[in-house]
Design a protein around this ligand. Structure first.
Ligand code: AVJ
Length: 317
């Protein structure tokens, strides 16, 4: 395990994000704070919901095309950013192993428990594979190691959509700067589609996404000694047609005052006031191809699922 994060880094980052976001107008919090143990479990549950198609659509693409990926990019090392506990990784590992090139797997994630669990399972399942987990905040220091053989950096699940356009450009350029000729980036992106389908994916009938959204308040309560009355915030998911992204918000039911004792901060919410918790941008193949080109990539392949809901691009420096 390579801890690229200094002691107290995450605690400080959370304090800064909460202090800044909760005193901004409108109030906002970055989505990375959803993912404590409970949040990660809720996200896993989301991926199995009938309404949440992206995970299944991306898996379909990888099931059909992982061998193509391995043939186009005979990587010795697979580096997976924001790996979580992804079972989709196995499709890539299997394809690279079948191609005979795979030597090393490097999962990169902010969550150390998720990394340890994933790394241990893979070590058991893939004897002979070197697994070197890297704890890193991929929007700060990427955690992409310099490798001798060709490396494939995978950023799957559509997580790119959590970044706003400026952050996205900076992120893609930073990944590009870590790659050499012969390396590649495998990028999963959710595609623009019927807004009703999109909104349902982020506002499911069982309320799992609502619970996931509110989880960020529980994280603040625990980590910053806060007193958010979690159930007094209503889950909102809406389609921003201009920006082409889904927004998740938490809407205050009634006027409320919240204290975060660790920050010595009192925050007031007016009735109906919304706290913005996530954007999840949806892409067009043409638009994302241009963004990749602007970051210095050449897009060599695009694959989509049969219903054209989700895309996976293979881009090269
Ligand atoms: C993990 C960022 C890809 O944006 O679809 C799922 C997170 N949020 N439901 C997404 C999420 C609400 C997810 N990503």
């Amino acid at each position: 395990m390579h801890g690229h994060l200094p002691e107290g880094y995450l605690a400080d980052a959370l304090r800064r994000d909460a202090a800044f976001g909760l005193t901004s107008a409108p109030k906002w919090l970055p989505p990375k704070w959803f993912y404590d143990a409970r949040g990660s479990t809720l996200f896993e549950e989301i991926t199995r919901l009938p309404e949440y198609y992206p995970t299944r659509a991306e898996r379909e693409i990888l099931e059909r095309h992982a061998a193509d990926v391995a043939a186009t990019l005979p990587a010795h090392t697979l580096i997976e950013l924001g790996s979580g506990s992804s079972e989709k990784t196995r499709l890539l590992l299997d394809a690279l192993r079948a191609a005979g090139t795979l030597e090393r797997y490097v999962p990169v994630d902010v969550s150390e428990p998720a990394l340890v669990e994933a790394a241990e399972a893979l070590l058991r399942e893939y004897p002979g594979l070197a697994v070197d987990a890297v704890v890193s905040d991929f929007d700060a220091e990427l955690g992409i190691p310099d490798e001798p053989g060709p490396k494939l950096v995978a950023f799957l699940g559509g997580t790119l959509g959590n970044l706003n356009p400026d952050e996205r450009a900076a992120f893609l350029a930073a990944v590009r700067a870590k790659l050499r000729t012969g390396d590649g980036l495998l990028l999963g992106a959710d595609l623009v589609k019927d807004p009703e389908v999109l909104v349902r994916a982020y506002d499911d009938a069982q309320g799992v996404t609502a619970d996931f959204n509110r989880n960020v308040l529980r994280v603040l309560n625990r980590e910053l000694d806060g007193d958010f009355d979690v159930e007094r915030f209503e889950h909102v998911a809406l389609w921003n047609s201009e920006q082409e992204w889904i927004e998740m918000r938490l809407r205050s039911r009634g006027d409320q005052a919240v204290k975060l004792r660790d920050l010595d901060l009192a925050v007031e919410f007016a009735d109906g006031e919304e706290l913005r918790t996530e954007i999840s941008a949806k892409f067009r193949v043409s638009g994302l191809t241009m963004e990749l080109e602007r970051a210095g990539f050449v897009v060599s392949r695009w694959w989509t699922d049969r219903e054209n809901r989700f895309g996976v691009a293979l881009a090269m420096p």
